[in-house]
Write a protein that binds this ligand. Structure first.
Ligand code: 0A1
Ligand code: ZN
Length: 879
């Protein structure tokens, strides 16, 4: 059994493996009542290991050991020790073959790690430590082996049998069974192993690589999903050609397969040649997927494909290096998405996620560096810090080196480390060696946790014509880290004159041809920069494109923000100025008397955005989104979530009332006439008309109601149908809301991915998602505790998005979450540990909330037999 005695693992204690595995021969006998796994490992002592006579230790988890043989001779129980989580053989030769037979029960595997069943098919999830749930093995990424896998199963129930690499043999067996053998020529860590067996339909396509090889592309899905593959397949082909063009990376096997499964803990998995996806991250049709889902699918398909180089060909030495593959691959997929659509909009989306969720993580009890120094349960470290902040760190290297040097660096990295398991330091060294730049101080981004804070002040010396900018940085303490060193921060900026014109940034008097944008490199605790030849006090445009993942404090006046909203040449900063203004206005109304005035200039600026159709409509669609409650809470101290919710609602209603006619006009102007398209322009049109609808319904506008009902009934795509449904659900039109929800359910009851959306639109709404209604959703026949997507769409959406209900002052929201976490802890600890997150932020909230949140955490802590996953999160949060 899995050990629940949590043990901390330290990077500083890393040792090379004592034994290496060159080859793995696997044979799976799959049955309804379980699976027998025959494994033969070709093992040799690692010449680089100093542990000369170390025992052989193989990891295992929830395995029934049937037999062990060494070089063909069966071992007796006295020759080895089965410790449950390890198989230990004290004495082994220099080189040998070890054969192990284990029995596992995939049909009872609710953790969804290792081999399990989902909707009747067998599938695997081995990252990070799932392979040990299949057979005994040195389950660590620096042991790389060639795999040969034979799968045997009943032919009628499981006609499709897949694993990594190429299929090299197949045939019939007695009793209606059959087999297929797969061989993967590339050595890989066992976390990249995959197996699928099921009754699936196959969709095929091909891709011709830059060197003229034809790659067989195959998607495997349940028959009912056969029509939902085109978007993922097109995204895959776009990713393959983008990676050739931008990174010079060609695909290496002859086959590339994607499988969709309904029960999956995460989004998708990059197993070599056989990517496995959560159905919600790969299946799409106009009728069932929103624009956001189409874009997410394109990004995730690209992400998993890009891992073939950044992760598979060059992998991680140990799990502390996780961001080596994840940070780099997220950076690559965000570059790809920017190239496929609107770069500014993509940047806004990435930064919104980073500032709302990663900054909160970095300021909370689970804060850790991009390269953590310790962990208890590695599954808890698939975090926004590893992924999103890790990507920002790579983005900063890209910006410091410039695109050409960065490409030289990535070429060198891939060439130097192909087939190896390496560290983030190896990545940075390749960048240094290719570019000649010294990134010694930059490496602190990998070592120090916490979001740097930049305090910026300025002064204008009219006499000298000098504008001075003072920038001081400090990094807040985080668990186990204090007194941090200054980091190397690229800080992009521009200065605007009073007519909005960009001013040349002369760092020395008389400098010729000075640029209008510069990237200042901050390396000290504080700097002062002088800009010469400035005739009047300029408006600074700071941290353009969000050039570093930091918080900037500068005493903006509302006047300056309004000015930047309409004049900043950097689209990202135009949006950011709008966000800062809206934050300022909302914050000033938190706890204010009911009749306190809403800043009239906010209305004027939004009117301008709504009415001026010459503006970039994709940017306008983003600028009209008010900062989320989650972001406002992240920015607050002693947060009072219901008060923040009320203040935000007040601003929203005020804007909607003041701009009512403009909203109706905007809705009509953006009505679709032609066919459904997923271009940035069409997405912006749908976003604008659905925002207009949502705002109109917030103020119970009768015309808005009619438009919403009509759109709901006549929509030819899910974005519009969901836009109308969400607007009705968040309105006071209770009858229309219930009718729409019922109609929607009846129309899509057979489609689990759509029903997930139906659950979450209710659970996230303060109207439809109060606790009694949430309980009703959990009792709904379509709800399933074993399906992580359903759990996320009800429990996760309630605690993560329906913030005024979750933070009900009576504490009922916290009790509810604690109860669901305890319930899930036994069946799926990974999901349970992720669900705890909202409670871990207890220190952020005002005492009347935080005390009750803490008490809920303590109840979870006291549960009998708590999993290691939840133990780590809860104990660190209470420490
Ligand atoms: N490597 C995958 C994500 C992933 C991570 C962990 C998993 O199980 C604990 C599953 C998938 C990716 O980055 O896409
Ligand atoms: Zn990844």
């Amino acid at each position: 059994m899995r050990s629940n005695q949590p043990q901390t693992i330290y990077l500083s204690e890393y040792q090379v493996p004592a034994y290496l595995v060159d080859h793995v021969d696997l044979r799976f006998e799959l049955f309804e009542e379980g699976a027998r796994v025959h494994s033969t490992l070709s093992v040799r002592r690692n010449p680089d290991s100093r542990a000369a006579s170390a025992p052989l230790e193989l990891d295992g988890d929830s395995l029934r050991l049937e037999s062990v043989a060494l070089d063909g001779a069966e071992l007796s129980a006295a020759d080895y020790e089965d410790r449950g989580d390890q198989l230990v053989i004290a004495s082994v030769p220099e080189q040998f073959e070890l054969s192990v037979v284990t029995w596992i029960e995939p049909q009872n595997n609710t953790r969804l790690e290792g081999l399990y069943k989902s909707s009747g098919m067998f599938c695997t999830q081995c990252e990070a430590e799932g392979f040990r749930c299949i057979t005994f093995f040195p389950d660590r990424p620096d042991v790389m082996a060639r795999f040969r896998t034979r799968i045997e199963a009943d032919k009628a129930s499981y006609p499709v049998l897949l694993s990594n690499g190429n299929d090299v043999d197949r045939g019939e067996l007695e009793g209606g069974r059959h087999f297929v053998t797969w061989e993967d020529p590339f050595p890989k860590p066992c976390y990249l192993f995959a197996l699928v067996a099921g009754d699936l339909v196959e969709k095929r396509d091909t891709f011709r690589t830059c060197s003229g090889r034809d790659i067989d592309l195959r998607m495997y899905v349940e028959p009912r999903n056969a029509e939902k593959c085109d978007h993922a397949m097109d995204s895959l082909k776009r990713s393959m050609s983008w990676d050739e063009e931008v990174y010079g990376r060609e695909y290496d096997l002859d086959i590339f397969m994607i499988v969709a499964v309904d029960d999956f803990n995460m989004g998708a998995m990059e197993n070599k040649g056989l990517n496995i996806f959560n159905s919600s991250c790969v299946l799409a049709s106009q009728d069932t997927a929103t624009d956001a889902a189409f874009q997410r699918i394109e990004a995730i398909v690209a992400h998993e494909y890009f891992h073939n180089w950044s992760g598979n060909r060059v992998t991680c030495r140990d799990w502390f290096q996780l961001s080596l593959k994840e940070g780099f691959t997220v950076f690559r997929d965000s570059q790809f998405s920017a190239d496929m659509g609107s770069p500014t909009v993509k940047r806004i989306e990435d930064v919104t996620l980073l500032r709302t969720a990663q900054f909160a993580e970095d300021a909370g009890p689970m804060a850790h560096p991009v390269r953590p120094a310790s962990y208890m349960e590695i599954s808890n470290f698939y975090t926004l810090t590893i992924y999103e902040k890790g990507a920002e760190v790579v983005r900063m290297i890209h910006n410091l080196l410039g695109p050409e040097m960065f490409r030289k660096g990535s070429d060198l990295y891939f060439e130097r480390h192909d087939g190896q398991a390496v560290t983030t330091d190896d990545f940075v060294r390749a960048m240094e060696d290719a570019s000649g730049r010294d990134l010694t101080q930059f490496r602190l981004w990998y070592e120090q946790a916490g979001t740097p804070v930049l305090n910026v002040s300025d002064e204008f010396d009219a006499e000298q014509g000098v504008y001075r900018l003072n920038i001081a940085q400090h990094i807040p303490d985080t668990p186990g880290q204090s007194n941090k060193k200054p980091q190397h921060i690229p800080f992009a900026l521009g200065l605007l004159g009073s007519r909005g014109e960009p001013l040349p940034l002369k760092l020395e008097a008389g400098e010729e041809n000075a640029p209008a944008e510069r990237v200042l490199e901050l390396t000290e605790a504080s700097h002062t920069f002088e800009f010469h030849g400035i005739g009047e006090r300029p408006v600074p445009s700071l941290l353009r494109h969000f050039s570093a993942p930091v918080r900037v404090n500068y005493p903006w006046s509302r006047e300056q923000l309004l000015f930047l909203m309409s004049h900043d040449p950097d689209g990202f900063n135009r949006w950011d100025a709008g966000q800062r203004l809206a934050v300022d206005v909302i914050q000033s109304l938190v706890g204010a008397p009911k009749d306190a005035a809403v800043e009239p200039r906010l209305v004027t600026s939004y009117r301008h955005l709504i009415c001026d159709s010459s503006l970039d409509q994709a940017l306008v669609a983003k600028m009209l989104q008010l900062p989320s409650e989650a972001y406002l809470i992240e920015l607050a101290d002693n947060a009072d979530a219901p008060a923040i919710h009320r203040a935000r609602e007040r601003v929203l209603k005020h804007l909607a009332i003041s701009l009512r006619d403009e909203l109706v006009a905007c809705y009509r102007r953006n009505l679709e006439s032609g066919d459904y398209e997923i271009t940035p322009e069409a997405i912006a049109r749908r976003s604008l008309r659905n925002t207009a609808l949502a705002w109109l319904l917030v103020i119970n506008d009768e015309e808005g109601r009619e438009l919403a009902v009509r759109q709901f009934r006549s929509a030819d795509n899910m974005t519009d149908r969901m836009g109308a449904l969400r607007a009705l659900v968040n309105s006071d039109y209770e009858e229309d809301r219930n009718l729409a929800l019922e109609e929607f359910y009846q129309q899509f009851r057979e489609d689990p991915q759509v029903i997930e959306q139906w659950f979450s639109v209710q659970a996230a709404s303060d109207r439809a998602g109060q606790l009694p209604q949430i309980h009703a959703l959990l009792e709904h026949p379509a709800f399933d505790w074993k399906n992580p997507n359903k759990v996320r769409s009800v429990v996760g959406a309630f605690a993560g998005q329906n913030l005024s209900a979750f933070h009900n002052p009576d504490g009922s929201g916290y009790d509810f979450l604690a109860e669901q976490v305890c319930r899930l802890d036994d069946s799926n600890p990974q999901i349970a540990a992720r669900l705890v997150t909202p409670l871990t932020r207890w220190r952020k909230f005002a005492p009347e909330y935080s005390e009750q949140m803490k008490a809920a955490l303590e109840r979870i802590r006291d549960k009998d037999g708590l999993s290691r996953d939840v133990y780590e999160v809860v104990h660190k949060s209470l420490a």
